[in-house]
Ligand binder design. Structure first.
Ligand SMILES: [Zn+2]
Length: 269
């Protein structure tokens, strides 16, 4: 990881000034921002920037999820409750998947990145997003046998030309050496967009939507799978995917996303 590398000439002027003013004063997020090439126009605020990606101030506004967090769901804790303490959510309604990790909170800047990757063909954002995911999910990836991106229905995949979760999985494969297996899971039913639906409606919406490809069942058996997606909101989609993988006798299913909604955080959706 080259997060601590010196800034290059492609950095935006304000960021260069901030660096000169004192690298120790830079937040962890800002330092991590160096891991990515910066675009001519900031994806988030449209301010002109040198290089590609997002401007320095938007990078600084990304909230990277760091410990302490719930070891099960990866939800950040406001204070450290001690090792192995679970969040209320993990105790009240444990998901089918074992553990979830996310690189950042799903706030304004994260949402812009996710939308740009998903709807605006900004595949150039995938490498940085994927690298941050690999870092956030290090613990999960260490014991994993395969990465399985959440599939799109073929009609949607055809319209968008690529699956953003698949693009992220490919980057994480390169980072971790864990093979991405997009063909394992299929979306057999087109579903409504989850946006605007309640938690219960989201669960119903994705019921029966996923299937392990019949000729891939044997490859799942006894394997530890990490599901890859861009955003975790209610977790309904990932839960539905985890259920079919566990039914196909996967040994364990974990979840790694770029961004997750944190209810208590600043402006979740
Ligand atoms: Zn910006």
């Amino acid at each position: 990881m080259d997060a601590n590398a010196a800034p290059t000439r492609s950095l935006a002027a304000p960021f260069r000034a901030a660096w000169t003013a004192g690298r120790h004063a830079l937040s962890r997020a800002a330092r991590l921002a160096l891991d990515i090439a910066l675009p001519t126009q900031c994806v988030s605020c449209r301010e002109p920037v040198e290089g590609e990606g997002v401007c320095a101030s938007c990078w600084a506004r990304l909230s990277f999820i760091e410990r302490p967090y719930c070891p099960r769901l990866g939800i950040p804790f406001v204070y450290d409750p001690g090792p192995d303490m679970l969040s209320m959510e993990a105790i009240a309604s444990p998901p089918a998947y074992q553990r979830a990790r996310a690189a950042v909170r799903y706030d304004d800047v994260a949402r812009t990145l996710v939308h740009a990757l998903k709807y605006q063909d900004r595949t150039d954002l995938a490498p940085a997003m994927g690298r941050w995911m690999a870092r956030a999910g290090g613990e999960l990836l260490a014991g994993a046998d395969m990465l399985v991106p959440v599939p799109l229905h073929w009609r949607r995949a055809w319209r968008r030309r690529y699956n953003q979760s698949g693009a992220l999985a490919q980057i994480i494969e390169r980072q971790s050496g864990v093979k991405a297996r997009a063909e394992v899971l299929r979306r057999v039913r087109a579903t409504e967009q989850q946006i605007g639906l309640s938690r219960a409606q989201r669960a119903t919406n994705v019921q029966g939507a996923f299937q392990v490809s019949p000729d891939r069942q044997a490859e799942i058996q006894g394997r530890r799978v990490v599901l890859i997606d861009d955003v975790l909101t209610s977790g309904a989609t990932l839960d539905a995917c985890a259920r079919v993988l566990l039914r196909a006798k996967a040994a364990q299913v974990d979840v790694l996303v770029f961004a997750r909604v944190v209810e208590s955080g600043p402006r979740p959706i």
